[in-house]
Design a protein around this ligand. Structure first.
Ligand SMILES: [Zn+2]
Length: 271
């Protein structure tokens, strides 16, 4: 049963990864091209309309060796990464990380909102990495999910302790997290006048810190995301290939890592 759930989570993740990637690509197509493409995916090189069996996540890519069936041009590099990434994250977050959280009664509901949240974050990360901007509608949804997840977490804490004694500390910690993560990016955005950090980054930070509900975890996210950005973007920054630094994908990656290991990380609160 457990294995069945894990496999289902992976498949669901892969399908969502495929869907999200498609949505990101379509977001910037011209209306004319959108019309031509209709509801079916096409090869952006030769216009070949993909059949349903060309569209099965992961399998089709392996079978076609990442090439278009008609013109042979390499396609779907981003798609396969997104499918595998989503599949893996769904599997780990749904299968392992969720077990360690105490929300027995609210479990399924929490998991559903959490997976929706992760999907939106994935969309934002791919969008930001590809176009260097964070779309406002998805940001709004991510904040709404963050608020729901925070409420569900407090609720489950109440159910397991049957008192509200934890609430002041818990909310203060969440608020601290918002200050640390959203606050830092907001200040960077404000004082650099959008040169260093875009306006969407602090809203993404807000959504992530609400979901984590802990100032300590938020602090780790900010260090980790800056470290990841520095490691992966320094080479191209030196060569001056990229004009603007984007933080979105790194913040999302840092969030996923911190969320998975939160039990472990919370044991190391140093001050
Ligand atoms: Zn083609």
């Amino acid at each position: 049963m457990k294995v069945f759930i894990l496999i289902s989570l992976f498949i669901l993740g892969a399908v969502m990864g495929s869907f999200v990637c498609c949505q990101v690509r379509r977001a910037k197509l011209s209306t004319r091209k959108k019309k031509k493409a209709g509801d079916r995916s096409i090869c952006l090189n030769c216009g070949y309309q993909l059949k349903w069996f060309d569209n099965i996540p992961i399998f089709s890519w392996i079978f076609l060796k990442g090439k278009c069936r008609k013109c042979g041009k390499k396609i779907g590099g981003l798609e396969i990464l997104s499918e595998l990434g989503f599949g893996f994250v769904f599997l780990v977050i749904g299968g392992f990380a969720s077990e360690s959280l105490e929300y027995a009664v609210l479990g399924p509901l929490y998991l559903m909102v959490l997976l929706a949240f992760v999907t939106i974050l994935g969309y934002l990360a791919i969008f930001d990495g590809k176009y260097g901007e964070l779309p406002g509608k998805a940001l709004t949804f991510s904040v709404i999910c963050g608020i729901i997840l925070l409420i569900l977490k407090q609720w489950s804490l109440f159910l397991s302790s049957q008192s509200f004694q934890f609430l002041p500390d818990s909310l203060l910690s969440a608020l601290g997290g918002v200050g640390v993560l959203a606050g830092t990016y907001y200040l960077l955005y404000f004082f650099s006048k959008e040169k260093l950090v875009g306006s969407g980054d602090w809203i993404l930070g807000l959504a992530i810190s609400l979901t984590l509900g802990s100032w300590w975890l938020a602090l780790i996210v900010i260090f980790l995301s800056n470290a990841l950005a520095a490691i992966f973007m320094a080479p191209s920054a030196i060569k001056k290939e990229k004009k603007k630094i984007y933080f979105g994908p790194w913040m999302v990656l840092a969030f996923v890592i911190v969320f998975i290991f939160q039990e472990y990380l919370l044991r190391f609160i140093v001050f």
